[in-house]
Design a protein around this ligand. Structure first.
Ligand code: PHE
Length: 456
């Protein structure tokens, strides 16, 4: 397939916004603020920042350069550089195929909450049983899932420049503006200053290896690494676009939004807790419980909570959509490159796979909750298999592949084809030594914590 047929981003801005759109997702909103509060406030922020500019920088540069160098998505990229290692590409491909369906199930939940807030039912949504009774219904969550997946598919169907780039250029600036508005509002709520302090002041005594592990695991997921996404997006990047500075921009975007998300959530939670005599530590949880239980409660108490809540869920829809678009594009692109089929057919195949895997992920919260794999419902299992097992393995293999098989020089040369690579020494050291060690630690610790052997 020629480059023209594959499509490309029009320039640096389009590329950076699309890649940042992928990176900024549910993880920034519902996990980062919790981790920062839990693992020492300012000290976590500092560790995260240091890891972002070293570990994150090197891995993201590597993936984007792999894609641009070969002009291919995950399977083709590894194969083209060394036939014997094509299996890494196959393994990478499994990740977006697994994540896309359940990510869209959750995206559907976010849309539901947006509609609940727009119709003014904040008080109902704040009821502790609201979420559980919604997700356990058979039909309604499936309809929201279909809507979210449908929107994702339409954007991907329009292609790289006319679909993904256009949507990112609208959604990402709106997302930034909304985050800032909500964060400022949250920080000025009565009693919020305690939360701001809690978030920023470094609690050195809480610093431990766990802080580093938590920051690293989060960073990895947040930057959409080891999912084949950055390889795919890199393959659509024009040769004259400065790769290194694009990576720096994406990092700033992703980390900036994560920091702001903390300022939206932590102070508002503290303010709510102070008003109701509750314990902020108990309210500040992570994942679906934060987004669909704690936050509706916060918005219920907050003056103007209906509007702020609706804006918040709109922001999260944008964050989740640009991420699911990148996941779907990664799958579509892999199918196109591998089988030489056109975009439409490839979208259709991806859609069918996503429905097949998405339906059990949705029903697993209700009528199919009795069916479990390793003690987990479908959604939890897919999340565990991809995030805790396959992704760290893929990232480790990618580092070994670049560090020792094709050698860092092959990537450096690609980065330098557009501009001098200022961070090339850092890149080499991280890819060859630092990243592989860190990734093994992430892998081991996440498996141990999943089975309750250690607590993270
Ligand atoms: N990077 C996204 C986040 O922080 C996660 C993600 C993106 C997951 C794309 C899958 C695909 O939430």
């Amino acid at each position: 397939m020629s480059t023209n047929e594959r499509g490309s981003f029009s320039g640096k801005l389009g590329f950076v916004l699309a890649a940042a759109g992928s990176a900024v997702g549910l993880g920034n909103m519902w996990r980062f603020p919790y981790l920062a509060a839990q693992y020492g406030g300012g000290i976590f922020l500092l560790v995260y920042l240091i890891l972002a500019v070293t570990f994150g920088f090197a891995l993201m540069s590597a993936e984007i350069a792999l894609g641009r160098k070969t002009g291919l998505s995950a399977i083709g990229a590894f194969k083209k550089l060394n036939k014997k290692y094509a299996f890494i590409g196959y393994l990478v491909s499994v990740v977006p195929i697994i994540i896309l369906p359940y990510y869209c199930v959750i995206g559907g939940w976010v849309m539901k909450y947006f509609s609940v807030f727009v119709s003014g039912q904040v008080h109902e949504a704040a009821n502790t049983s609201f979420f559980g009774s919604f997700v356990s219904k058979p039909a309604e969550p499936l309809l929201w899932f279909a809507l979210f997946l449908g929107i994702t598919s339409i954007v991907v169907l329009f292609g790289v420049e006319k679909g993904i780039e256009k949507v990112s250029k609208v959604m990402m600036p709106v997302l930034v503006v909304l985050s800032i508005i909500i964060a400022v509002y949250s920080c000025f709520m009565p009693g919020a200053s305690e939360g701001v302090k809690y978030y920023f002041i470094p609690k050195i005594d809480q610093f431990s290896i766990k802080t580093v592990l938590a920051a690293m695991g989060q960073l990895f997921y947040s930057m959409s690494l080891a999912m084949g996404i950055m390889i795919t997006y890199g393959s659509y990047m024009k040769k004259d676009v400065n790769l290194e500075s694009s990576v720096r921009n994406i990092e700033i975007f992703d980390t900036g939004i994560a920091f702001i998300a903390g300022l939206m959530i932590v102070p508002a939670v503290f303010s709510t807790a102070a008003a109701g005599g509750e314990n902020p530590g108990e309210l500040l949880v992570s994942g679906p419980s934060l987004m669909f239980k704690t936050l509706p409660h916060v918005f219920d108490i907050m003056p103007g909570g209906t509007i702020i809540g609706a804006l918040f869920f709109l922001l999260v829809i944008f964050a989740a959509l640009t991420s699911s678009i990148s996941l779907m594009e990664a799958v579509v692109s892999i199918i196109r490159d591998k089988f030489g089929v056109e975009r439409k057919l490839s979208c259709l195949i991806t859609l069918i796979i996503s429905i097949i895997l998405g339906v059990p992920s949705s029903l697993g919260n209700g009528i199919w909750s009795g069916i479990t794999i390793l003690g987990m419902d479908f959604l939890t299992f897919f999340d565990f298999a991809s995030n805790s097992i396959i992704m760290p393995i893929v990232a480790l293999l990618t580092c070994i592949f670049i560090g020792y098989i094709i050698k860092p020089a092959a990537i450096i040369e690609e980065v330098e084809s557009s501009a001098p690579f200022k961070g090339k020494k850092l890149f080499t050291v991280v890819i060859k030594y630092f990243a592989p060690v860190c990734i093994v630690l992430i892998l081991v610790s996440s498996i141990l914590s999943q089975f309750g052997i250690i607590t993270l």
